[in-house]
Design a protein around this ligand. Structure first.
Ligand code: HEC
Length: 139
């Protein structure tokens, strides 16, 4: 290969690598915007990953969850929240729950929940399960 050709070739390879590195990021963004939660899968994930600390109708290590969707953070009677979460002013919507589940201490520094759910589809599924629990059932 001539020196000129070699440089053109290297330039091409570099361009392809840059495209290759930026494309998945763009695609991943698009996917998060259009994710649809699977409620039944969410219920399974909830049993596996949340029920170690949470229950629907009782406070355990974490507060009870029925009706959490649409509720203000830190509002379950009889549960001792961290001051950070209690005073956060957050309303639990699909957006705030997504941010919370992906990184609780990032959203609310000082919270006592540290469990992160890194997979966006898992979060969407769990959130649609939590949404399906609302509103709280009458006694
Ligand atoms: C290791 C224990 C633990 C696990 C596992 C856990 N949590 Fe928590 N969670 C907590 C604690 C403790 C709090 C209270 C945090 C505080 O007061 O700062 C909490 C609080 C919450 C809140 C806020 C509720 C409110 O009333 O404001 C939500 C929502 C929540 N957790 C969802 C989940 C989901 C969904 C999962 C499963 C993916 C999960 N948590 C797994 C311990 C846990």
């Amino acid at each position: 290969m001539s020196e000129h050709r070699k440089q053109t070739f290297i330039g091409l390879v570099a361009a392809i690598m840059v495209i290759g590195m930026t494309m998945p990021v763009a695609q991943a963004r698009q996917v998060t915007e259009t994710l649809v939660g699977d409620m039944e899968r969410g219920e399974r994930l909830y049993r596996q990953r949340c029920m170690a600390c949470h229950a629907l109708d009782a406070n355990r290590a974490g507060p009870s969850h029925r009706g959490v969707f649409g509720r203000e953070a830190g509002a379950v009677d009889g549960y001792r929240y961290s001051g950070a979460l209690r005073d956060s002013g957050i309303i639990w919507t699909a957006e705030t729950l997504d941010s919370w589940l992906s990184n609780p201490t990032g959203l609310v520094p000082g919270t006592s929940m540290g469990v992160r759910t890194r997979n966006a589809q898992d979060r969407a599924d769990i959130i649609s399960y939590l949404e399906s629990l609302s509103p709280a059932e009458p006694d």
